[in-house]
Design a protein around this ligand. Structure first.
Ligand SMILES: NC(=O)C1=CN([C@@H]2O[C@H](COP(=O)(O)OP(=O)(O)OC[C@H]3O[C@@H](n4cnc5c(N)ncnc54)[C@H](O)[C@@H]3O)[C@@H](O)[C@H]2O)[C@@H](O)CC1
Ligand SMILES: [K+]
Length: 493
C-alpha cells in the first residue's frame, strides 16, 4: 500500500474536496472514526479526556468528543489554544456543548482514556509550555492514550520526535499511513495503528503519484521468478559469491546457501586459494571455483553467465579485495550485491562508485546497516533533518544503485526515487550472519529475472518473514530454509 507524506496527504484532502467531499465532512468522518476506535478498543473506559489543539487535529478531537458524549461516555475537553475563527475546527468546536478546560488545568486520571488531538500532521516545532507539561504528566501517570493521526510530538514526515512526544496505545490515522507511522521511533510511539477510511477516493492517488510504499507481497509478488517446465539450472539464474580468506569463509557460504534456497539454479563460491580447503570441506550442491585475482573472477563470470554476484560478507578489506571490487564494478553483464566489507571498501575509495561507466553499468544493490551507511554517505547520515527514507533515496540517486538501508524499519530505495519501508521486521533477525543471508536472497531473485528494486523489496520482506517464523533462538543458518518455505508459499499462490 502507498504511503503519503504530510504534504501529499494535504493534497489528497484538497483533491477530495475538489471532488465534492468537503474538508469539514472529512473532519467529521475522521472524528467519527476516532470515536469508533475508542469504543471498540477501550470499552472499559467510560471516562474520556480529549485534548484538543488549535488546528484540524483538534477539530477531529471535538467531533469525537461530541459523538462519545452522545453515546453516554463521561467526556471532558481540554484545549491549549482556540481554533482559527471560521475554520473547520472552529465550526466543530462550536458544536461541542460541554465545558472546555485549559490544558494547564488538565490532570490525568489513570482510569480515564486520553484522546490526544493536540497536533497531527501540522506539528512544526518542538512541544513546549503547557503542551509539554501536559504530555509529561500523561506519560508519568501512565493512562491509556488513543492518538489522533499521530501521537503529539511525532513528525509524520520522518517518525522523529520533536523534543518530546506522547506514547500512544493506539493511533488512528486516515486514508493512508504516513512515513512517521512506520519509521522509528514514531512506529513504536504509535502503538497499534488503525487506518480509517474517511471518504477520500483512491482515485486521488493517480494524481498524487506517491513514490513510497509499505513493503509487502502486493508490491512484487507477481514478479517473483517462477521457473517454467523447460528451465535448466543456468536459465534459473547463476549466482556467484566471493569468499573471504581461510578463517572467514562462512559468511560467503551462508549467502550462497541462501541464494540456492531462494531459487537460484546454480550457485558458485569464488574462493581465493587460501580458503579453498575450508570451502571444499563444507560445500556440496554449491560449486566452488578458485580465483587468484580479479581477472579470473571476471573470466568466470563472463564464461558461466553469472547473473548476479554477492561480494562483501566476510570478504576482507585489503588491497586484493579492493581491486576485486573495483574490477567487479566494471563488469557490465552481471548485477552486484555489495554488502559489509565491500561497502567499507567503497567508503574508503568513493571514486569507485562515482567513476563507474554509466553506459551498460551493472545493476548494483548496496545493503548497508546504519554504521556502514554512515561510512559510505557521511554527509547524509549527519543531516538530522532527513528521514531514513530521504537518506536512502538520496544515497540511491548518488550511487545510481538500489539501497537497502537496514534496521528494524529497513528502507529500500531506487535511484529513480521509488522507495519502500519494511514493516514485518523482527528482533530475532539481529543475529550474526543474518545480513549475509539477505544478500544471497537478493542475488537469487535478481538472477531469476526480477528487476533489482523489486528483488530487494521481496528479499527484505521474505527474510523478515523467515525470521518471524523461526523466532526465538534462530541462527542465520536457519534462515535460508525458512526463506525457502516463505517463497514457496508466495510462488504457489
Ligand atoms: N486537512 C484536512 O482536510 C483533514 C485533516 N485532518 C486532521 O488535521 C490534521 C492536520 O491539521 P493541521 O494542518 O491543522 O495541523 P495540526 O492540527 O496538527 O496543527 C496545526 C496547528 O498547530 C500549530 N503548531 C504546530 N506545531 C506546534 C507546536 N509544537 N506548538 C504549538 N503549536 C504548534 C500550528 O501553528 C497550527 O496552528 C491531521 O493530522 C488530521 O488529524 C482530518 O480532520 C481529516 C481532514
Ligand atoms: K495527535
Amino acid at each position: 500500500m502507498q504511503i503519503l507524506d504530510p504534504q501529499e496527504m494535504n493534497e489528497a484532502d484538497r483533491l477530495a474536496a475538489a471532488g465534492g467531499v468537503t474538508t469539514l465532512q472529512l473532519m467529521r468522518n475522521a472524528g467519527a472514526a476516532v470515536a469508533r476506535v475508542a469504543f471498540e478498543r477501550f470499552p472499559d473506559h467510560s471516562r474520556i479526556d480529549v485534548l484538543c489543539g488549535p488546528g484540524n487535529n483538534g477539530g477531529d478531537g471535538f467531533v469525537a468528543a461530541r459523538l462519545l458524549r452522545q453515546s453516554g461516555c463521561d467526556v471532558r475537553v481540554w484545549q491549549n489554544a482556540p481554533a482559527r475563527p471560521g475554520s473547520d475546527a472552529d465550526q466543530v468546536a462550536r458544536e461541542w456543548d460541554g465545558d472546555v478546560g485549559t490544558l494547564a488545568e488538565f490532570q490525568p486520571d489513570v482510569r480515564a482514556l486520553v484522546i490526544d488531538a493536540l497536533y497531527g500532521a501540522g506539528l512544526s516545532r518542538a512541544l513546549a509550555g503547557d503542551d509539554l507539561a501536559a504530555i509529561q504528566r500523561i506519560r508519568q501517570n501512565g493512562c491509556r492514550v488513543l492518538a489522533v493521526d499521530l501521537p503529539s510530538g511525532v513528525s509524520g514526515a520522518t517518525g522523529a520526535v520533536l523534543g518530546y512526544a506522547l506514547k500512544a496505545d493506539c493511533t488512528v490515522t486516515f486514508f493512508r499511513k504516513k512515513p512517521g507511522h512506520l519509521l522509528y521511533p514514531g512506529r513504536e510511539l504509535c502503538g497499534a495503528l488503525v487506518l480509517a477510511d474517511i471518504g477520500i477516493s483512491d482515485a486521488v492517488l493517480h494524481l498524487i503519484k506517491p513514490g513510497l510504499w509499505e513493503n509487502g507481497p502486493a508490491l512484487w509478488q507477481p514478479h517473483l521468478p517462477k521457473p517454467n517446465a523447460t528451465a535448466h539450472k543456468y536459465r534459473r539464474g547463476h549466482v556467484a559469491v566471493l569468499s573471504g580468506g581461510a578463517t572467514s569463509s562462512g559468511a560467503a557460504r551462508l549467502a550462497a546457501e541462501a541464494a540456492a534456497r531462494a531459487g537460484a539454479g546454480a550457485v558458485t563460491v569464488l574462493s581465493p586459494p587460501a580458503a579453498l580447503l575450508p570451502n571444499a570441506a563444507h560445500l556440496t550442491a554449491t560449486m566452488l571455483r578458485r580465483v587468484e585475482d580479479a581477472a579470473a573472477a571476471r573470466t568466470f563470470i563472463g564464461e558461466r553467465k553469472v547473473a548476479s554476484v554477492v561480494c562483501g560478507p566476510g570478504f576482507g578489506t585489503g588491497d586484493w579485495h579492493g581491486s576485486m571490487v573495483a574490477s567487479l564494478l566494471r563488469v557490465n553483464e552481471t548485477a552486484l550485491v555489495l554488502d559489509a566489507d565491500a561497502i567499507t571498501l567503497l567508503a574508503r575509495d568513493p571514486g569507485l562508485l562515482q567513476d563507474r561507466p554509466t553506459e551498460a553499468a551493472p545493476s548494483i544493490v548496496l545493503t548497508p546497516h546504519e554504521g556502514e551507511f554512515g561510512r559510505l554517505f557521511p554527509d547524509l547520515a549527519a543531516d538530522t533533518a532527513l528521514s531514513k527514507v530521504d537518506r536512502a533515496r538520496l544515497a540511491a540517486r548518488r550511487a545510481q544503485a538500489v539501497v537497502i538501508l537496514k534496521g528494524p524499519d529497513t528502507v529500500v530505495a531506487a535511484s529513480d526515487g521509488r522507495a519502500a519501508i519494511n514493516s514485518n521486521g523482527t528482533v530475532w533477525l539481529a543475529t550474526a550472519g543474518s545480513g549475509d543471508v539477505l544478500a544471497g536472497i537478493v542475488a537469487a531473485l535478481i538472477a531469476g529475472g526480477m528487476p533489482p528494486f523489486g528483488a530487494a523489496c521481496a528479499a527484505v520482506w521474505v527474510h523478515a518473514e523467515a525470521g518471524r517464523e523461526e523466532g526465538f533462538g534462530l541462527t542465520a543458518e536457519d534462515l535460508p530454509q525458512a526463506a525457502r518455505r516463505v517463497l514457496a508459499r508466495l510462488i504457489s499462490r
